[in-house]
Design a protein around this ligand. Structure first.
Ligand SMILES: Cc1cc2nc3c(=O)[nH]c(=O)nc-3n(C[C@H](O)[C@H](O)[C@H](O)COP(=O)(O)OP(=O)(O)OC[C@H]3O[C@@H](n4cnc5c(N)ncnc54)[C@H](O)[C@@H]3O)c2cc1C
Length: 395
């Protein structure tokens, strides 16, 4: 939607196909990072965005201090600039805002309930897609460039020449909600327990909770019962002990099959892949959306000229991958280090945080070092590389 809006603003004819009838999904990434907030500002949408119901997250805290006290490991609020917070906004509100804005452009069309089913290929070049609507109607849509931004189940991933490279992940994630009280901590708070790692996102009147569990253990863990799990949950976040009965059924606990992968090639003639279609990110650092949005901004900047002139070719889409691949590789490398060095040992019960002397030293190191305090916050806020939208799309 970001790419479509930026291109349509510059007068490029764009059609977006969305297989669902709306953008409403529960438990999607709802983090709008400072890089996206600055983008919205530069394209004149800051005021409309600010009117959306939202919660601002300015810190990341982990229970790694003495007696498992919370230590701020990412102080986003201390970053310079206007947008020193992560806005938590339901993803559908953001997408609706972008779609509404794009509809003002005569060159933009959004076809909901319309899923792409396969690519049209002529003389080795992708020339568009076949689609099916929710009513069962089928058709073809031709385009000088097709952008696969259809998530980690992308149609493009079935093209063998793009080469899907997968990396092992030690964990899956459970998502559920627990009520939040005003006296609770705020922001993004971690919890560490017996073979359990938790990330709790402050959503105002509730906590959006992610519990990391060993990969493939969903069925076995559920069979062990909800009560033992909630006991371990409250042991990891003792300040939530009074809400052990907040989750009453496994139906309230949704599984996310965690994947970490990327395409070796994000393009072929007539086709470009961006976002999760090109690279599924681990939930570590919560930056999947940030990367997807930044891919879209980079794609718009590199493609707007050739698309307007009708000259878009392989070298143009190749430049988008050349620009975005190093960031993707570096971010995934950091996520893989976090998987092997922190999450895997933690889920196997091989690390114990909170040993008093070590915890005290670690706390001092993090809180006293300007570098250790700011760098994770900056990375979370902006990612490894910031992109500028094309000047034709600014308002
Ligand atoms: C439970 C969960 C929690 C997450 N939490 C976070 C978080 O806190 N922070 C963060 O940064 N990231 C998070 N992520 C990851 C983040 O949601 C993704 O990285 C990001 O949404 C990728 O954006 P995208 O546009 O590439 O793909 P998607 O957001 O997956 O969008 C793809 C779109 O394409 C549509 N589509 C799919 N197939 C077709 C088709 N054949 N035809 C037409 N339309 C199609 C889909 O309906 C969807 O609307 C989370 C993901 C999940 C699943």
């Amino acid at each position: 939607m970001v790419l479509a809006l930026l291109l349509a603003r510059a007068g490029v004819e764009v059609t977006v196909l969305e297989k669902h009838g709306d953008f409403l999904r529960d438990f999607r990434g709802d983090t709008v990072h400072p890089s996206t907030l600055s983008l919205l500002d530069s394209i004149g949408l800051a005021d409309r965005f600010a009117r959306l119901p939202q919660r601002r997250v300015t810190s990341v805290q982990l229970p790694i201090g003495p007696d498992r006290s919370l230590v701020t490991v990412g102080n986003i609020g201390a970053l310079h600039g206007k947008y020193n917070y992560i806005a938590m906004v339901p993803q559908w509100d953001l997408l609706d805002l972008l779609a509404d804005e794009a509809r003002r452009e005569p060159s933009f069309r959004l076809r909901m309930n319309t899923g792409a089913t396969s690519f049209l290929v002529e003389n080795g070049r992708v020339t568009g897609v076949r689609y099916r609507t929710a009513d069962g109607d089928t058709g073809e849509l031709r385009a000088s460039l097709t952008v696969a931004c259809d998530g980690r189940g992308s149609l493009a991933r079935a093209l063998p020449e793009l080469g899907l490279e997968e990396f092992p992940c030690p964990m899956d994630a459970w998502w559920f909600r627990v009520p939040r009280r005003e006296e609770d901590p705020s922001g993004l708070v971690g919890g560490i327990g017996d073979r359990l790692f938790l990330a709790l996102i402050d959503r105002g009147d509730y906590w959006q909770c992610a519990a990391l569990i060993p990969k493939g253990s969903d069925a076995q863990r559920r069979a062990e019962g909800l009560e033992p799990f909630m006991d371990r949950f409250t042991e990891a976040v003792p300040w939530l002990a009074d809400r052990a009965d907040a989750v009453t059924s496994w139906d309230e606990v949704k599984l996310l099959d965690v994947r970490l992968d990327r395409l070796r090639r994000w393009h072929r003639p007539g086709l470009l892949c961006i976002g999760d279609a090109a690279h599924a990110m681990s939930p570590v650092f919560g930056i999947g959306i940030n990367l997807a949005v930044q891919d879209a901004v980079a794609a718009a900047r590199h493609l707007v000229g050739p698309l307007r002139e009708g000259t878009v070719g392989l070298h143009d889409v190749r430049r988008v991958q050349q620009r975005r691949m190093p960031t993707t590789v570096a971010t995934q490398a950091l996520q893989r280090v976090a998987h092997t060095q922190v999450i895997e040992p933690l889920l196997a019960g091989r690390v114990a945080f909170g040993a008093p002397r070590r915890a005290k030293r670690l706390t001092e190191l993090i809180t006293e070092s300007r570098w250790l305090n700011r760098l994770p916050a900056y990375f979370l806020a902006y990612g490894a590389l910031r992109e500028r939208p094309p000047k034709e799309s600014l308002r």
